[in-house]
Design a protein around this ligand. Sequence first.
Ligand code: XMP
Length: 318
Amino acid sequence: DWTPQSFVEETVANLKNTLGSDRVVLGLSGGVDSSVAAMLLHKAIGKNLYCIFVNNGLLRKNEFQEVLDQYKNMGLNVKGVDASARFLDALAGLNDPEEKRKAIGRVFIEVFDDEAHEISDVKWLAQGTIYPDIIESVSATGGPSATIKSHHNVGGLPDFMKLKIVEPLKALFKDEVRRVGASMDMHADLLGRHPFPGPGLAIRILGDITAEKVRILQEVDAIFIGNLKKWNLYNSVWQAGAILLPVNSVGVMGDERTYEKCVALRAVESTDGMTADWVNLPYEFLQKTSNEIINKVKGVNRVVYDISSKPPATIEWE
Ligand code: XMP
């Protein structure tokens, strides 16, 4: 007889009890878990919750501003920090996927630690950890907790990691988190968002990252995701995105041969990301989307669709 309403009531009461008038800092990612955790804490302690939303420059097109506005509309006490340049600098010249993940994790921790220091007398770190994260962290391969761990080995504990931890969602599964969010009138757009990896577009640009490659991939991704929404396909897909391949393919423009970028589109059905099937998107959708990408995104002359299932292929390409 678990209901989202009773969960909210009980959790808010418990949080009030535990936290009293203490200050709490929380990192928002734009994803479902951190957003719902923030809403619960907001209900319990209001302005004593200090949210930080970092732009790593590897988010989807316009996502930082749109999501930040959404958070502000929800009444959250949120600070948006645009650290794009810092992340791009740290990524310059890195090709190896794990090196890229580590660099992003390291810079995130630095930025977050700087920001947490701006809040005087903060006592708690809140996290949107859910039950499956706790199981997975045992065998984590690059999730947020794994990046924090590898940082520890290098440089000692950042100050915010010495805070007391509060994790209001740690007993819930994803679908329960969504129901809890809905019962607090959170926007369906926010609750229904596809999962998006912490390192963002960095692991969908195979090889090294440049600002120009990020721009190209953001444009391609925005057309693909926008069309999934237009065709009412977005909600029947578990996760989708575009991958920028590290090859130039030949094309023709008038009498000239061109060598331009090739992108892969990926859309999967899954329940937990551990296994996944590629989605049988309508041919007409693929045709229109491919034409639109090639016509509108300068620098791309070829689009392919990934028809591999997991296992053995993973969802991401690196
Ligand atoms: P794979 O590619 O392993 O992806 O089939 C499974 C799910 O995990 C996400 N993913 C990540 N999430 N940091 C994250 O926060 C990462 O480094 C990372 N790598 C993969 C992926 O988007 C999919 O949902």
